[in-house]
Design a binder for this molecule. Structure first.
Ligand code: FNR
Length: 187
């Protein structure tokens, strides 16, 4: 990206809460691989309560408000999702549900990039397409390509969670560069 562009603030959300998560590790790799002018901060979603519309009507809990504010402030969103039973994990769906309610809807018109890692061969493809379907309702603008589906994740990260697979690093670089272009086009 060229230096005359405005900085791009991305909010990265991992759909896994576990310490040894490949998806959180992939998000960490993305932070390090971000192109010039792009910064990626992360959102914690593990402390959000289960969605309850009665709670929402009484006022968003502080943890929910924090994530909603982070989403609103971001120029773009990067989802890094595991695949659970051919879909996205409940914790990620819960965060999206909380974020999607009135009075503001922070996904509206927002550029989004998606990636994911799993031990299986097709690397979260089914979960990613379910997430894309949700983004239609939310009127977000997911980037079509490249698709970053990190299969056989156990062979691509070391024991400390560092991404060691060079082709995967290249895919992530390409995704983030495309997200920068996409965000600029949608501004
Ligand atoms: C899985 N896993 C899995 N993998 C896959 O490729 N397709 C699937 O549908 C599922 N389903 C599934 C359900 C549940 C409840 C769990 C806990 C796991 C395996 C999953 O991809 C693997 O555990 C990943 O390592 C999870 O991501 P993190 O935690 O490493 O980021």
């Amino acid at each position: 990206m060229t230096s005359d562009r405005r900085p791009i603030k991305v909010l990265g959300i991992s759909g896994s809460l576990r310490a040894g998560s490949f998806n959180t590790a992939a998000l960490k790799a993305a932070i390090a691989l971000a192109p010039e002018g792009m910064t990626i901060e992360t959102a914690e979603i593990g402390d959000l309560p289960h969605y309850n519309d009665d709670v929402r009507l009484a006022g968003y809990p502080p943890a929910v408000q924090r994530v909603r504010d982070q989403l609103t402030a971001a120029d773009a969103i990067l989802f890094v999702t595991p695949e659970y039973n051919y879909s996205i994990p409940g914790v990620l769906k819960n965060a999206i549900d909380w974020a999607s309610r009135p009075p503001s809807q922070p996904f509206d018109n927002k550029p989004v990039a998606i990636m994911g890692a799993s031990g299986g061969v097709i690397g979260t493809a089914r979960a990613q397409y379910q997430l894309r379907q949700m983004l239609v309702f939310l009127n977000a603008f997911p980037l079509n390509k490249p698709e970053v589906m990190i299969g056989a994740a156990q062979t691509k990260f070391d024991a400390e969670g560092n991404l060691t697979d060079e082709p995967t690093k290249d895919f992530i670089r390409q995704l983030l560069t495309a997200l920068a272009d996409w965000t600029e086009r949608l501004r």
